[in-house]
Design a protein around this ligand. Structure first.
Ligand SMILES: Nc1nc2[nH]cc(C(=O)O)c2c(=O)[nH]1
Ligand code: SF4
Ligand SMILES: [Mg+2]
Length: 246
């Protein structure tokens, strides 16, 4: 599952832009996106396939990347979202850029699939807002035999995030029409054995877009599985796809 880590003084970026946050609890806010190249996972519904190879995008020194951030920053931008690909593949670069973003008075957001809890722990001190994503098996994120270890890593990251204090942590799960309700219910049980409802800022069920989209009845099933434990659960589609922006 590991990919070679880029040298700490350099970073491979797929793209950098300011847009309207389209996912999660902060959707609708003006956000800068720093999309890092590289991801060791393989979700069949991945919407950023161009960012998956570590050698995709462009190579920058950290100083050049900081310049790019300043150049692409719009006024009144709420936060900088480190996304990918999978930002933990280049965790040392994320740390350097997150420090810089905070110096500029902006909040830092980590959009991670949480495949590596050790790297997650290193980045966490520099992050204000954390999305912990849990993948269901029908995402085909990893081979069946590696699924258990990915889930453990996701749960470890959630534990670290809620245990670190002063951060806003929320959970996201992408569901399709083929996602198993039984598996989802087990996941919900595991999530709330690690985090108390008061420790998270949201539980987002994100319907897949244009691929095996879940019906309303299927969405009700997932919603109803969370609601008794956490009544702030929300079904939230990707806003940027609906309004046709990046
Ligand atoms: N507008 C917009 N919002 C997003 N939220 C998460 C994104 C991502 O690609 O991780 C994303 C993205 O690519 N665009
Ligand atoms: S973890 Fe994210 S970037 Fe990686 S394959 Fe899955 S959806 Fe794509
Ligand atoms: Mg994404």
């Amino acid at each position: 599952m590991q990919q070679k880590v880029a040298a700490s003084a350099r970073v491979k970026l797929s793209e950098i832009f300011t847009s309207i946050e389209g996912e999660g609890i902060l959707f609708g806010t003006k956000t800068m996106f720093v999309r890092l190249s590289g991801c060791p996972l393989k979700c069949h519904w991945c919407d950023t396939p161009y960012a998956l190879p570590l050698d995709s995008g462009s190579d920058y020194s950290i100083d050049e990347a900081k310049e790019l951030i300043l150049k692409n920053l719009h006024p009144n931008t709420y936060k900088v979202n480190f996304t990918g690909g999978e930002p933990l593949v280049q965790h040392e670069a994320v740390i350097e850029l997150a420090k810089f973003v905070r110096q500029k008075g902006l909040r830092t957001f980590l959009e991670s699939a949480c495949y590596d809890a050790a790297r997650f722990a290193k980045v966490l001190p520099y992050i204000d807002l954390v999305k912990v994503e849990f993948k269901l098996k029908d995402s085909k994120v990893v081979d069946e035999k590696h699924y258990g270890s990915l889930l453990m890593s996701e749960l470890d990251c959630l534990k670290l995030a809620v245990g670190s204090g002063g951060k806003t942590t929320y959970i996201k799960v992408v569901v399709t029409n083929s996602s198993s309700l039984k598996e989802f219910k087990e996941l919900v049980r595991e999530v709330f054995s690690v985090a108390r409802p008061t420790e998270i800022a949201g539980f987002i069920i994100q319907p897949s877009y244009k691929i095996d989209e879940p019906t309303l009845d299927v969405l009700f099933g997932f919603y109803d599985a969370v609601y008794p434990l956490y009544d702030q659960v929300r079904v939230v589609p990707q806003l940027h796809k609906i309004i046709g922006v990046r």
